[in-house]
Design a binder for this molecule. Sequence first.
Ligand code: SF4
Length: 200
Amino acid sequence: MVFAVNANDFEIFMSFSDKISALFRKMDEDYAAAAERYGFICTGCTESCCQTLFYHHTLIEYTYLHAGLQTLETEDRRIIRDRALNAVSRTVNQPAGPVMCPLNQDGRCRLYDYRPMICRLHGLPHELHHPVKGICRSPGCHEFEAHHAGKPYVPFDRTPLYRQLAELETSFRQETGFCEKIKMTITEMIIHDEKKEKIK
Ligand code: SF4
């Protein structure tokens, strides 16, 4: 992976910033509305989704996280970078064990406003409308299933949210000329970003 968010890309990103913020707000609102109907409150749990190995695939989410990292003091970024390096070493040495996301500090996300899509949507049962397979339903997280599994399903369709993110990603890539595939964890994004930014 050789890309970096240069000044030109970031200037282009700024013209997308309102749109991606609005879409992330919509995700949060849809999630909150469905969670409220179940009476589901995520207060953190022993199987924190921040210990789940999620991959992220869009340049626009990467750049949004990059923008979030830029809001932190240099020392805080260095601490997060070191936690990310530590997470990599733990993943290599204990491949089966859970490893906490380097942005999770004392149970809270240091870049909550800048977190990517899956961090916003994880936890609730949902559906996706696939053009070939039709409607595919998925269950909630471990904590949800433990306490709310018997309740009637509250429709939560991720399809329009995925579609809008894909549309933004396509436009952003067209304007930046970026065409590499992305498959990165938050840990990898941080290490990659901090290397390019050359934090000591
Ligand atoms: S980015 Fe934030 S919400 Fe997402 S896994 Fe990391 S700490 Fe958790």
